[in-house]
Design a protein around this ligand. Sequence first.
Ligand SMILES: [Zn+2]
Length: 280
Amino acid sequence: MKLKLVVSQYHRKYLDDATLSLGSLTVLPDRVIVAFRKETPKPYAPDSIISLDTNEGSLDGVCLQGNDTRVVRAVYPDLAVIQQRHHDRRRRLQKKKAHDRRTSRTLCRREGRREHHRVDYRMHQVANSVLRFAEQNRSAIVLEDLKGMKFTRNKQLNRRLTIWPRRKQHHFIEYKAQWRGIPLVKVDPRYSSKKCPICGRIPDSRMGTLFECECGWRLDRHINASINLLQTAISKGLEVAGGLRFDPGAFQHDVMMTLYDSARGARSEPNGTRCVQAVT
Ligand SMILES: [Zn+2]
């Protein structure tokens, strides 16, 4: 049997990839599924570490390179907006089609698919930007282990936290990192958002956007969390560390590198540093 397949540039990219071998070929009435096999490349020995704290509309963290530590960020505030919009739309559909549950279900499902496509697309872009940066700087990536994440009593907030697919974002970053041979570790995030990375105290003040400690350490609370993740990774003696140490004296709070910005589209700017308000 012979089949004529229409192949796009996207498909060609995979067909031409020498590291892939053909796994299986499944022919269905409306499509052909080609499965590939790939030996995952051995992760490289990193020269730097990127530690990222995962938040609702951003990944916030630091990049430790030599003695230097800089702030890195990937921002996508519109993800929550997309989800809220689709949530509202589903609510409205349910109300409007309350007399016809079958139609309501069909329409809601379609709405859900659209939402997923949009969210997935954005998350792929974010993951790709982060990994491009990691590859350019030969970095290892540190993420928080999201297993056993706790929820608060605020129902509204819980819904947002639950539906926000942090795990999916991590999953994308993880499998893409594995595919490209970028070392990645996940660490226990316990106290990462509460602890002072300098003196180890846990200030009992309620948290605003700024983390403040009696010892004088003050920093954006998300960035602070990422430093704690970084230190956990290093203290565990993980091989990603490669002799690197976080030095608060050499930390440049005032220099931020944007890995991804949904307002400006994905961009990588290895040298394009930008000053933000100094937090000292
Ligand atoms: Zn302190």
